[in-house]
Design a binder for this molecule. Sequence first.
Ligand code: NAX
Length: 328
Amino acid sequence: TRTPVTVTVTGAAGQIGYALLFRIASGQLLGADVPVKLRLLEIPQGLKAAEGTAMELDDCAFPLLQGIDISDDPNVAFDGANVALLVGARPRTKGMERGDLLEANGGIFKPQGKAINDHAADDIKVLVVGNPANTNALIAQAAAPDVPAERFTAMTRLDHNRALSQLSKKTGAPVSEIKKLTIWGNHSATQYPDVFHAEVAGKNAAEVVNDEQWLADTFIPTVAKRGAAIIEARGASSAASAANAAIDHVHTWVNGTAAGDWTSAGVVSDGSYGVPQGLISSFPVTAKDGKFEIVQGLDINEFSRTRIDASVKELEDEREAVRGLGLI
Ligand code: NAX
């Protein structure tokens, strides 16, 4: 039998946490043969609800689940962690300026980054889900100088999956036949879902669609504003689909991408495609042997260039703001 993998989930009592924990414990995150230990991190007000979720996890009698610990102390929750899913964050409330939002989240992600630095296992992999995800990931990464920077990632897989679904509806091809879609930039309304290198049943997706107007006026805004549309319809933000994307992100990171395909993830830029080094920006990535790699050498047309640059500019502004606040 394999040694258990320790998975720490922050914001465990929240709605994404509730949709995520049962799937991790059932083996969907790492594989049906990998035992897991769960560590739940919550703020003091969330501890009781986290205990309730832990009771339900017990009641599932998952064969792979080898223990659940709950804490409000990051130093305890990240101790020995192999995978950390940073879901808990400070949401934007009415009248809150962007600077206030970044500062409030800095107060969460800086100490969590430090705790990961000091206590996590050597092979720690971090996925930041809590918004603003890219910049929160940057803050945590900057607070963890002893951890290789590429172990800190931000989630754009939900955007990727939303784009797959929209393109499938438009073309009539099943999602299984759509490859090489890319989300570029920030997980925000400026993100750019790119179909120019994508394939639909082996053909170039942009040629299959053959409708730049639809791309600009329907596809891109539908994907970028899907989160708001879910809130409008459901009265609450995306939870099960966000948890599903977090599962996909880590599963791909650990188990690799299929030959002839790639996915999207917020990873530390190496300067590729004109994205300033060190920013955590979404790129087309492959995964192999537990490492993401940015797909190199794609031609970026004018349509894409403008949109990638605009989203990257927003990330640069966020980086400037958190620098100004002394958070990185
Ligand atoms: P909830 O408000 O339901 O849950 C958040 C939980 O985090 C709460 O239980 C809260 O007590 C806890 N928490 C707050 N500060 C904490 C801290 N310092 N340490 C540990 N726990 C803490 O939010 P939920 O709907 O679960 O969403 C969580 C985050 O995911 C939000 O920031 C949200 O914006 C973000 N999302 C990111 C997405 C992405 O694609 N990257 C999509 C879905 C989602 O909107």
